[in-house]
Design a protein around this ligand. Structure first.
Ligand SMILES: Cc1cc2nc3c(=O)[nH]c(=O)nc-3n(C[C@H](O)[C@H](O)[C@H](O)COP(=O)(O)OP(=O)(O)OC[C@H]3O[C@@H](n4cnc5c(N)ncnc54)[C@H](O)[C@@H]3O)c2cc1C
Length: 379
């Protein structure tokens, strides 16, 4: 067993960290305050090869694996989760096309992402169906040459800035199996009847765009079906087995970023004539944060390693995402406590990390859903 990253992997992580440290700090505060998605940052990151890290070179990607993508994710989220989200989610849905799309679809919809011309999204959640994915009702009625899409999707990342979306649609409502009634259909934003309404006042990752999507008789060509008709539920489960690994890496990034800031504060602030770092209560917090982060990172790395071997392990991925989510909410809370009253103010950034961390326990499967997946596999 080799626990060392290769020289190239270390270089990738270092390059991502340097990019984030150079570009993020001021922009992060501004985009959080104004709830602004900075497309200019996506273009810059694309020029340097940070968008589409795991997409093949044939489609303009960097041709690396899920482990390398995790290294970039962690580095970005460690500096700022909101901007990290903007960059990592620019290709949210690309893995669906990569896994199940045709060659023509890959050429058409992966390349614009990797050169920073487009961002995309994945639309599964609906107002009345979140964790219960098979209850989604947005329908795509098949006509001779088109699907007619009607319905609405909720909380969709990149909703008002995305150029196209892979949408989970009900296509076979009469199939006796509830799991074989849906299909994945790609819908472009410029199609008549498509509407996106930005959702404001999020708790965290405010630079990331979130919207409600509405489809009113949206006509989409039949060749926009990704994968097989009736297999949409299973396709999305496979997709999440990969993308949840990156969500785990996002959590590790937030936790590490919180620890970095806590250590800086402990070394520079003095009370009772000493730096805060000399007090055992604070030292224990650092020790616990560092240990949990190490454990979470190892789980994420192993999940990514298995995916890169072509054998994604859905139980391990669920463990990694759940544990990374718990670790980052814990670390952000402890780091804020270490900052005392200063932690309560935006100027010290830790306040933002505290707000941002919670999303890891909610999106792409809540922590309860992850535990259900783990328990099912154990029992
Ligand atoms: C900022 C943000 C971005 C998002 N981006 C996207 C996106 O790009 N695309 C997309 O499709 N969705 C997106 N989502 C939606 C997200 O994936 C859902 O919010 C999440 O899956 C939970 O669904 P829900 O909100 O409907 O909660 P519910 O499913 O209503 O769950 C509410 C609570 O009940 C618990 N619960 C539900 N069922 C069970 C059960 N069987 N057993 C135990 N506990 C249960 C849940 O764990 C949760 O704690 C995003 C959400 C947010 C906040």
């Amino acid at each position: 067993m080799d626990f060392d990253l290769t020289r190239e992997q270390k270089d990738i992580a270092r390059a991502a960290k340097e990019f984030a440290e150079g570009e993020f700090p001021e922009l992060a505060r501004e985009c959080d305050r104004e709830e602004r998605h900075p497309m200019e940052l996506v273009r810059k990151a694309a020029e340097l090869g940070f968008i589409g890290v795991n997409l093949p070179e044939a489609y303009g990607g960097s041709g690396y694996g899920y482990l390398e993508k995790c290294l970039v994710c962690e580095a970005f989220w460690r500096v700022d989760p909101g901007l990290g989200s903007v960059l990592v989610s620019a290709t949210f849905g690309a893995d669906m096309i990569l896994l199940f799309g045709t060659e023509v679809q890959k050429k058409a919809w992966l390349e614009p992402l990797t050169c920073g011309e487009a961002v995309m999204g994945s639309a599964i959640t609906e107002p009345d169906a979140g964790s219960d994915v098979v209850s989604t009702r947005t329908e795509a009625r098949a006509e001779e040459d088109a699907y007619i899409v009607n319905g609405s999707k909720m909380f969709i990342t990149n909703g008002t800035v995305g150029s196209y979306f892979v949408v989970l649609c009900l296509t076979d409502p009469d199939n006796p199996s509830r799991h074989r009634r849906h299909s994945v259909i790609l819908v472009e934003r410029e199609r008549p009847g498509f509407e996106a309404n930005k959702l404001r006042h999020k708790l965290g990752i405010r630079a990331s765009d979130t919207a409600e999507l509405v489809f009113k008789n949206v006509r989409v060509p039949r060749d926009h079906l990704i994968g097989e008709q009736g297999q949409g539920f299973y396709q999305f489960m496979n997709f999440f087995n990969l993308t949840r690994i990156h969500v785990g890496a996002e959590g590790v990034g937030i936790a590490q970023g919180a620890l970095d800031r806590a250590i800086r504060h402990l070394k520079t602030r003095h009370q009772f004539g000493h730096p805060l770092a000399v007090f055992q209560a604070n030292q224990f917090k650092v020790a616990e944060m560092a240990t949990r982060i190490h454990a979470a990172r190892n789980m994420v790395f192993e999940a990514a390693f298995r995916a890169d071997q072509g054998q994604p392990d859905h139980t391990l991925t669920a463990m990694a995402k759940w544990y990374a989510g718990e670790t980052c909410t814990y670390a952000a809370q402890e780091a804020l406590q270490i900052h005392g009253g200063y932690g309560y103010f935006a100027e010290y950034d830790i306040e933002r990390f505290y707000r941002d961390a919670k999303i890891i326990e909610i999106y792409e499967g809540t922590k309860e859903i992850e535990k259900i997946i783990i328990a099912r596999s154990m029992l």
